[in-house]
Design a protein around this ligand. Structure first.
Ligand SMILES: [Zn+2]
Length: 186
C-alpha cells in the first residue's frame, strides 16, 4: 500500500526500548562503500538498532538528508531519509527507514547537484528520476510499503538505494566535468 507518514513511523514501537547511538561515518574509498550489501531480515533486532542509529547519526549531521548502512560501515540494505523542509523538496514523507528497498517505477529523468557525507570534498551533477516509486520494508514490523514521490525526495531515495548497492554518486556522474569541489559555507 502507499505509505502515509503515520505508517512510516509505525516501526517506532519496535525501536522504543532501544537507545539510539551516533555511529562514525566512513568516507570513500572505504571498501564497504563500493560493495553491494545483502538483504536483511527487517525484524532482526540488530537491524532495528541499525535503523535507529542511522536516524540518530543523520540527525546530528548538518544538512544530511539521508544515510545508508554502508556509510556507517555496515554492508546491508538499510537506509534512512528525511528531506523535511529542504527547499528543493516537493512531496515529503518525513523521516523514515527502509530495508531491502528497490525502485519499481522511475521517470522524468533530470540532472541535479548531489553531495554525500562519505564524499566530503566533492559534489556532482547526477541524472535521477524526478518521479519515483519505491517498494521496501519497515524495520521491526517488516511491513512492505510503497512510496510514490518526486523531486528531491526521489533523488535522495535513489542516492541511498545506490549506497546499498555499493554505488556512490561519483559512479553516476557523466564524467570528470560534472564533479565540483565542495564549497565551504562556514
Ligand atoms: Zn551518500
Amino acid at each position: 500500500m502507499t505509505a502515509e507518514p503515520a505508517l512510516l513511523t509505525r516501526w517506532a514501537d519496535a525501536a522504543a526500548s532501544l537507545t539510539p547511538a551516533v555511529r562514525p561515518v566512513v568516507s570513500a574509498p572505504a571498501a564497504v562503500l563500493s560493495t553491494a550489501g545483502p538483504a536483511v531480515d527487517p525484524a532482526d533486532p540488530a537491524v532495528v538498532q541499525l535503523a535507529v542509529d542511522l536516524v540518530a547519526t543523520m540527525r546530528v549531521s548538518p544538512g544530511c538528508v539521508g544515510l545508508a548502512a554502508p556509510q556507517v560501515g555496515v554492508g546491508a540494505q538499510v537506509f534512512a531519509v528525511d528531506v523535511t523542509g529542504h527547499p528543493k523538496a516537493r512531496t515529503t514523507h518525513g523521516c523514515f527507514v527502509l530495508c531491502n528497498a528497490h525502485v519499481t517505477s522511475a521517470s522524468q529523468w533530470k540532472a541535479g547537484r548531489e553531495g554525500c557525507m562519505s564524499v566530503p570534498d566533492f559534489t556532482g551533477d547526477v541524472k535521477r528520476a524526478g518521479r519515483l516509486t519505491v517498494t521496501g520494508q519497515l524495520p521491526g514490523t517488516g511491513e512492505t510499503i510503497e512510496i510514490v514521490t518526486d523531486a528531491f525526495e526521489a533523488r535522495a531515495l535513489q542516492h541511498e538505494i545506490d549506497h546499498c548497492d555499493g554505488l556512490l554518486f561519483l559512479d553516476r556522474v557523466a564524467g570528470a566535468h560534472a564533479i565540483y569541489p565542495r564549497q565551504t559555507y562556514l
